[in-house]
Structure formats: C-alpha cells, structure tokens
Design a binder for this molecule. Structure first.
Ligand SMILES: [Zn+2]
Length: 56
C-alpha cells in the first residue's frame, strides 16, 4: 500500500508537470496566429483555444 509520502511525491511531480504544460500552452498561444470563433460574450481561438472575454 502506498504511503502518504508516496502520494505527496506524486502530487509534487504532477504539479511540476502542470507548470510545464501551462508554460508550453502559454508559449503556443503567444506564437499563434489566432483564428477566433465569436460568441456574444467571448471569443475563442480555434487553433490554440485561447479565450478572450468580450464583456465590458
Ligand atoms: Zn490562437
């Protein structure tokens, strides 16, 4: 059976991975030539999934 320490170690590993993925997504969105799909309230790029709110 896994111990609490094992689980915490896994959580830390996943946290690190999540930060890497956030950075990767951010880089991708930064370099994207956006192609937005518009709704009345927001727009979302169909390529990189970046969203922007259109509410004031
Ligand atoms: Zn985009």
């Amino acid at each position: 059976m896994r111990t609490a320490v094992d689980i915490q170690r896994d959580m830390q590993e996943l946290q690190r991975r999540l930060e890497q993925l956030k950075q990767e997504l951010s880089d991708l969105q930064h370099g994207c030539r956006h192609d937005f799909i518009r709704t009345p309230y927001m727009q979302m790029c169909r390529k990189c999934r970046m969203t922007e709110s259109l509410s004031w």
